[in-house]
Design a protein around this ligand. Structure first.
Ligand SMILES: Nc1ncnc2c1ncn2[C@@H]1O[C@H](COP(=O)(O)OP(=O)(O)O)[C@@H](O)[C@H]1O
Ligand SMILES: [Mg+2]
Length: 448
C-alpha cells in the first residue's frame, strides 16, 4: 500500500477533469504543467484497467529529466519500469510508454500503434505534421475491457516550431475543414496559479519578472503574440490591426506579391494623406499556377481601383525551364500589368518594416493592417529570428514567410533612391511627388 497525497490547484483540477478530444494546458512558465501531466497519467492508468498511454517530449534528454526520473520515483512500488521499452507497466494491465520525436521522421515509429491517451509535453516544440501523425495513433487499443474515448493532453508555452498550430487551434480557435471547435479545450495557467512554486520558490517569479519585455510577456503572462525569438516584438495585434473601411478613392494604391506555387501572397496597400500605409486586402492561396494567380489578383481588384504598380519577388523575372518564359511574362500576358522587380535586400528591408511597425504611447505606427488581412496579421508576429544571420528572419517554418516578405517588398518600394529618380517619368513616387509637392506627410514617407 502506497499513499500519494495529490493537491492540484484550481487550474490543474480543470485539466484533470477535462475529457475533451484535445486539452491544452499552460501558456507560460512554472504553471505546474509537467506535474499535472504526470499526475493525470497516473490517475488514468490506475482508474482505467488496460489503458495504453504514450507520453512524448521532443528530445530524449528532456524526456529523461522531465518525466522518466520523476515518474520512476513517483511510481516506485506502483508500476514496473522497463528501460529498454521506456515503459511503466501497472498490475491492472495499464501502461505508460515514454517517447520522443527528435526528428520529423521519428514520429513514424508510432504509425500503426494505438494509444487511448497521448500526452505532448511542450507541444509547441512539435511540428504540425508530428501532431497530425500522432492523432492517427490516438485510438482504442483493444486492450481495455471498457470503451474509452481517445484523447490527447498537451502542455505548452508560447514559442518554438509549433507555436503557430498550437496558437491557431487553442488560442485563436481558427479551425480548418474537418476540425471541430468543441474538440479543443485550453486551460490557461500562469506561475501565479502554482501556489506550490510561489511558496517554495518565490525567487522564480522574480526571475521571470526580470526578463526582457517581450519574453516576459510570453513567459510570465502567457502572451502568444510576444514570444522568445519573435522577429518583430514591436508587433501588436491591438495596435497594428484596424477595422476595415472604404479606402478613399484618391489615396495612392499599389500591390506587393510574393509568388510561389506553395503559396501566392499578394497585398494591396494604400497611402493616407498623413503618410500612413494601410494594407487593405490580401490574397493568400496555395497551388495557383502563374496564369491563375495573375487572374485572381486582377479579379480581386475592382476596376475603379487605380493600382500604380505591383512590386514582386525578383525571381519572377527568371526564365522558366518548361515554357522558356519568365513568370513576369506569363503574369503580364494574363492581365497583371505594371509588375516591377522588388528590392530584395533582406536586412535593409526588414529594418524598413521594423521602422513602420515602431510605435510608442505618443506616436502610433505608420503601418496599419485591415482585420480582413488575416494571414499577414497571423504570420508577422510569428516570424522568428534566423539562428545564424543575426538580423535576418528565419525561413522556417516556410509558410510563415510569404506575407511578411510581400510586406517587405512593398515597403522597400519606397526607397529614397527611387524617389530621387526625378528624371524617370515612369516612377510612381516621382509622379506622385509632382502631383502633391506640398504634402509633408507623403514627403516624409518618400524620404524615409
Ligand atoms: N499541485 C502541485 N503539488 C505539488 N507540487 C507541484 C504542484 N504543481 C506543481 N508543482 C511543482 O512546482 C514546480 C513547477 O511545476 P512544473 O510542473 O515543473 O511546471 P511547468 O512544467 O509548468 O514549468 C515543480 O517542482 C512541480 O513539482
Ligand atoms: Mg515543464
Amino acid at each position: 500500500m502506497k499513499e500519494i497525497l495529490i493537491e492540484p490547484n484550481e487550474k490543474q483540477k480543470r485539466f484533470f477533469e477535462s475529457t475533451a478530444r484535445f486539452t491544452a494546458y499552460g501558456g507560460a512558465r512554472g504553471g505546474g504543467k509537467s506535474w499535472a501531466m504526470r499526475i493525470k497519467f497516473l490517475l488514468l492508468a490506475l482508474g482505467h484497467d488496460g489503458i495504453s498511454i504514450l507520453l512524448l517530449r521532443r528530445t530524449l534528454g528532456e524526456l529523461r529529466e522531465n518525466h522518466i526520473l520523476p515518474l520512476q520515483s513517483l511510481l516506485k512500488g506502483i508500476a514496473d519500469y522497463s528501460e529498454s521499452r521506456k515503459e511503466f507497466s501497472f498490475r491492472n494491465g495499464s501502461r505508460i510508454k515514454l517517447g520522443y520525436c527528435d526528428t520529423e521522421a521519428d514520429v513514424l515509429q508510432y504509425q500503426g500503434q494505438a494509444y487511448e491517451v497521448i500526452g505532448l509535453e511542450e507541444a509547441t516544440h512539435f511540428t504540425f505534421f508530428q501532431f497530425q501523425c500522432l492523432t492517427e495513433c490516438n485510438r482504442f487499443s483493444g486492450r481495455m475491457k471498457k470503451r474509452f474515448a481517445p484523447r490527447m493532453y498537451l502542455t505548452c508555452n508560447p514559442g518554438g516550431v509549433g507555436h503557430e498550430w498550437v496558437k491557431r487551434l487553442f488560442i485563436d480557435r481558427r479551425f480548418f475543414e474537418g476540425e471541430n471547435a468543441e474538440d479543443y479545450c485550453f486551460i490557461k495557467s500562469l506561475v501565479f496559479d502554482n501556489g506550490f512554486l510561489l511558496k517554495n520558490n518565490p525567487e522564480y517569479v522574480k526571475t521571470l519578472e526580470a526578463l526582457p519585455d517581450a519574453r516576459k510577456r510570453a513567459m510570465l503572462y502567457g502572451d502568444w503574440d510576444a514570444f522568445e525569438g519573435a522577429f518583430f516584438p514591436e508587433f501588436s495585434y491591438k495596435v497594428h490591426s484596424c477595422p476595415d473601411f472604404d479606402v478613399p478613392k484618391e489615396w495612392l494604391r499599389f500591390r506587393a506579391l510574393d509568388y510561389g506555387l506553395d503559396m501566392c501572397a499578394c497585398l494591396w496597400l494604400a497611402l493616407s494623406p498623413e503618410g500612413s500605409v494601410y494594407v487593405y486586402r490580401e490574397l493568400y492561396e496555395p497551388s495557383l499556377i502563374l496564369s491563375e494567380a495573375a487572374k485572381r489578383i486582377t479579379a480581386l481588384t475592382p476596376t475603379e481601383e487605380r493600382i500604380r504598380y505591383t512590386v514582386a519577388s525578383p525571381d519572377l523575372w527568371n526564365r522558366r525551364q518548361d515554357s522558356g518564359k519568365s513568370g513576369f511574362e506569363i503574369m503580364t500576358e494574363n492581365g497583371l500589368r505594371g509588375l516591377k522587380k522588388a528590392d530584395n535586400s533582406r536586412i535593409t528591408g526588414w529594418r524598413v518594416v521594423r521602422e513602420y511597425l515602431k510605435h510608442n504611447e505618443d506616436s502610433p505606427p505608420r503601418l496599419k493592417i485591415f482585420r480582413c488581412c488575416e494571414n499577414l496579421l497571423r504570420t508577422l508576429p510569428q516570424l522568428r529570428f534566423d539562428e545564424s544571420v543575426k538580423e535576418d528572419a528565419a525561413d522556417k517554418p516556410h509558410e510563415l514567410t510569404h506575407a511578411p516578405e510581400a510586406l517587405r517588398y512593398a515597403l522597400m518600394s519606397w526607397e529614397p533612391k527611387e524617389a530621387q529618380k526625378a528624371d524617370n517619368p515612369k516612377s510612381f513616387i516621382y509622379s506622385f511627388e509632382k502631383q502633391k509637392p506640398k504634402n509633408d506627410g507623403y514627403r516624409s514617407l518618400i524620404n524615409y
